[in-house]
Design a protein around this ligand. Sequence first.
Ligand code: 8X3
Length: 247
Amino acid sequence: MKIAVVTGASSGIGAATARALAKTGFRVILGARRMQQLEALAKEVGGEAFPLDVCDTESVRKFASRLPARVHLLVNNAGGALGLEPVVEMDESKWLTMFQSNVLGLVRMTREIYPLLDQSGEGSHIINIGSVAALETYLGGAGYTACKHAVRAITETMRIEWLGLPIRVTEIDPGLVETEFSLVRFEGDAVRAKKVYEGMTPLVAEDVADAVVWAATRPPHVNIDQILLKPRDQARADRVYRKVPSP
Ligand code: 8X3
């Protein structure tokens, strides 16, 4: 049975991806900080849950040491945005946390799991969850978009460095997806978070999970480099159609 590892799997895109991969036939190993949610999900999908903080090298090493000898798919999903302050109002601790989780966390995970990647038979696959923010910028988004642009650069570099090896590398770039993303970005301000999706129909986590499963289930000689998926109501990161409520 093929083994898939999903980071940030306790909620949102990570949880939906874990469910979808399990349904497709993968044995799923989940990592996140919130163990209660993670264990419930592991039970639901017949997988395993281990604590993981991608910001902490020791935590990543310990997580990797508990994995089976061979891993076929790593979904680097853990990460998120904090704040929407302009550049000259940079909050250093928010920026550090964003770079730690979105950028260094992804590389730490990849570094520790690389020796476990199956390079026999059909090979293995790393899927990095990027964002429309990997391709565009928007007002107040410098910290987050810089992180996701970095994810894009790192993903492309992996593909060059591993050329000739049986390791596929994919980047999935979602636009607006209604998850805890905005609640985290606005530090628990539910009213502000809700406004992000007001009057429009956002993607749901399952839409992104679909893209992950599709990329992961192509024949082994096919590498899906990138998928950019956005709601129909979103033309660009900062161009969203919203229905005006009737008076
Ligand atoms: C989330 C999408 O537009 O808020 O990755 O950066 S956006």
